[in-house]
Ligand binder design. Structure first.
Ligand SMILES: [Fe+2]
Length: 425
């Protein structure tokens, strides 16, 4: 796969205040993440939830073309008249779009065409950014920033979807070789984090970028609670498996138990037993399950069943946020190059990075929530039903994309993201 041991330029922080250089950083990071792929890897769609790498590269580009260049750059003409239909994801108010489950059926445009599309849009985005005046165009600047955070979301999806694709291949190919410097574990703490009852402020205050679903900032009352200092480890989850956790209906929510039986779940996604030993597929190929690392690729149903088996519960999203609010956003992110949960974060709390942590909170609007005006109002608000919130980011989330108020959301059976468990009581 002619891959480097790590993706070197990911070390670069994106704290440059210059919008144009930040644009280049984010866009170049996406193409660097795609560099280890073989041409065949770009095209296949391994499940209806996943998208081909080629589609991620084009869709993030379409976002800038549709929401920035069309309305903001006089005389701009779309690169191709069909690309809006092919690479619009779900914006009904923008127009019709190609069916998501069929994205992997498109051999055209070619990968080369998509890279030409990216170059074309980048060139025109630079023209647009050169003309921008911070006083006259604050809305366009905000939109570009939104487009960059959108692209960072797709960087993570690109990797999760590639992992899913490579995992179904019996050759168990690695996206990248295992880096040498992966052994950076903090000393685990057994001390639970105690928080007193009281009023707390939650949600984004409008300092720096946030998505609309993080607003408005508001107060809420929390009863006293405690959080485990780290996410649940593979070793702890193995105890649940060995104790018959997947065979005991009383541990499971009804929908979860049905899913366990229908899909014959016996372990987290990507785990397999070989000669009595557990292995799992990673972006570095098939590796032995390390009992000290955070468990990953579990559904909400599994997280909830594990918590019940442990005599504990999952935290609410607002408990999680109150516990993380004052902490620096440090941990094992994409920037580390490890692409595996390592347990390397802040030893006393380890709230950020490694794995997205399922919370017991349904994904709902905050009191007084207003979606963005226009088509971008479809970005978050219309998904506020039937999904659960996850917090904290993962080992493949760009660090500059994360903050304590960030709300990720997935359906309870979903497992292909880097999802893990933190216990509460
Ligand atoms: Fe998107």
């Amino acid at each position: 796969m002619n891959a480097p041991a790590v993706v070197p330029a990911l070390q670069a922080r994106m704290d440059d205040s210059n919008l144009s250089s930040r644009y280049d950083d984010v866009r170049n990071t996406t193409t660097r993440l795609a560099r280890p792929l073989a041409i065949e890897d770009y095209v296949i769609q391994s499940s209806p939830d996943c998208s081909p790498a080629k589609w991620h590269l084009a869709h993030t580009t379409w976002f800038f073309e549709n929401f920035l260049l069309g309305p903001g750059l006089p005389g701009y003409r779309p690169f191709h008249p069909q690309y809006g239909f092919l690479f619009n994801s779900y914006y009904e108010t923008v127009g019709t779009f190609f069916p998501r489950p069929l994205r992997g059926m498109l051999s055209r445009p070619t990968v080369e065409d998509v890279y030409r599309y990216r170059a074309h849009v980048d060139e025109h985005m630079h023209q647009l950014m050169e003309r921008l005046d911070a006083d006259r165009d604050p809305q366009l600047i905000e939109r570009i920033t939104l487009g960059l955070h959108h692209e960072q979301q797709h960087q993570e999806l690109l990797l999760t979807d590639i992992k899913n694709l490579l995992a179904l291949n019996p050759m168990r190919p690695a996206y990248l070789p295992l880096p040498d410097a992966l052994e950076i574990q903090a000393t685990p703490s057994s001390q639970w984090l105690e928080f007193p009852a009281g009023m707390v402020g939650v949600g984004a205050r409008g300092e720096g970028f946030c998505f609309d679903n993080e607003t408005p900032h508001h107060r809420t009352f929390l009863e006293a609670f405690a959080l485990a200092p780290q996410p649940v480890t593979n070793g702890q989850y193995l105890e649940f498996i060995d104790a018959g956790g997947y065979d005991e209906a009383s541990l499971w929510l009804s929908d979860g138990w049905r899913r366990v039986r229908e899909s014959n779940w016996r372990a987290p996604l990507y785990w397999e037993q070989i000669d009595g030993r557990w292995w799992h597929m990673t972006l570095h190929g098939l590796l032995p399950v390390d009992p000290d690392r955070p468990v990953c690729h579990v559904s909400y149903f599994e997280a909830d069943a594990f918590a019940r088996w442990s005599g504990k519960r999952l935290p609410t999203e607002l408990e999680w946020e109150a516990a993380a609010a004052a902490l620096p956003v440090e941990g094992n992110f994409l920037d580390s190059g490890s692409m595996q949960p390592s347990g390397s974060g802040n030893a006393s709390r380890q709230m950020f990075g490694d794995v997205w942590e399922w919370t017991s909170s349904a994904y709902l609007p905050y009191p007084g929530y207003r979606p963005l005006p226009g088509s971008l109002g479809e970005y978050n608000g219309k998904f506020m039903v039937s999904q659960m919130v996850l917090r904290g980011g993962s080992c493949i989330t760009p660090r500059s994309h994360m903050r304590a108020t960030y709300r990720n959301f997935f359906y309870p059976p979903d497992r292909w993201q880097f999802m893990g468990i933190r216990l509460a009581r």
